[in-house]
Write a new protein. Structure first.
Ligand code: 3HC
Length: 289
């Protein structure tokens, strides 16, 4: 094996860190495309839940004739572990843990020691600077942002973010891996929010200001945007779907990173998060579930 991968055919095994909604979706689409996947999470319960979610999603897709293989064949390519050391033979690792910078950095530091020298590390961060995350490893040339959209099995896009030192070879291999997983890619420079969240989150934040200022009800704001601009969900329903804590965290990154008051998080969004009303995942956000 050379010190650097040159083709995706050399990527046999992909490690995914984090079995949450992004991690399990990423693992699913890679296994669907023929890659062997190992998912790591700290708890067995999260891993079990992730496998259940993947099974359900595969069953839906199989029913509609959208899978080339039977779900059990795809499932047989997915392994689980609670130990990062089991990533020693991975050629590519994708981190999809919660948006806590110190947690991510400590994972990257460990991965850097465990992974083979040729392996690439990708972060699915929604807004943290790739260049800063890469600096926790000794392989900044083989470090990249690979931002999947939720729900991963359905959404077409993967946003690829070049860090300051990311090599062209790493960019091309990551693009090719995403394409093999059935996704379309776009490239972004490493600036707060990249492309999608730079534009999407201020719209969601503005929907909270519109609600806070009593301009319209939540239902009318969502219906207005859904029917008036052909979006599949209104911005407040989408915020509940993404998680209000995640939306707030991204607005803070935009506000801090760009230093412009137009990105200040809406006080009503903050209030929901303070109340623990985080959206669908907590049973209550702008709407009740
Ligand atoms: N696995 C497999 N299939 C799934 C699925 C999953 N996890 N989730 C939904 N589907 C399928 C459904 O079976 C259905 O298929 P069909 O049309 O063949 O019957 C189709 O997707 C649509 O689902 P539903 O009928 O249940 O509901 P909707 O029509 O409302 O679609 C939605 C759901 C796909 C989530 C759609 O509302 C949507 O696209 N919403 C916007 C999502 C979005 O913007 N995501 C990006 C968020 S930003 C982000 O992720 C970045 C992060 O950093 C914050």
């Amino acid at each position: 094996m050379t010190m650097e991968l040159t083709q995706t055919t050399q990527i046999k095994r992909v490690g995914v860190i984090g079995a949450g909604q992004m991690g399990n979706g990423i693992s699913q689409v890679l296994a669907q495309s023929g890659f062997n996947v190992i998912i790591m999470d700290v708890s067995d319960a999260s891993l079990k839940k992730a496998l259940g979610t993947i099974e359900k999603s595969l069953a839906k897709l199989f029913e509609k004739g959208k899978l080339p293989e039977h779900p059990p064949v795809i499932m047989s390519r997915i392994k689980c572990t609670t130990q990062l050391k089991d990533f020693a033979d991975c050629d590519f690792a994708i981190e999809a843990v919660s948006e806590q910078e110190e947690l991510k950095k400590s994972i990257f530091k460990q991965l850097d020691e465990i992974l083979p020298a040729h392996a690439i590390i990708a972060s699915n961060t929604s807004s943290l600077p790739i260049t800063r995350l890469a600096s926790s490893t000794k392989r900044a040339g083989q470090f990249i942002g690979m931002h999947f959209m939720n729900p991963v099995p359905v959404m077409q896009l993967v946003e690829i973010i070049r860090g300051h030192a990311t090599s062209e070879n790493t960019c091309q291999l990551t693009k090719s891996l995403a394409e093999q997983a059935g996704k379309t890619t776009v490239f972004s420079q490493d600036f707060p929010g990249f492309i999608v969240n730079r534009i999407l989150m201020p719209m969601i934040n503005e929907a909270f200001f519109t609600l806070m200022e009593g301009i319209a009800s939540a239902e009318d704001i969502d219906a207005g945007m859904k029917l008036g601009t052909n979006q599949p969900m209104g911005p407040l329903a989408l915020a509940d779907f993404i998680g209000l804590d995640t939306c707030l965290a991204i607005m803070k990154v935009l506000h801090d990173g760009l230093g412009d008051s137009k990105y200040r998080p809406c006080p009503l969004l903050k209030k929901y998060v303070d109340a623990g009303h985080l959206g669908r995942k907590s049973g209550r956000g702008v709407y009740s579930y």
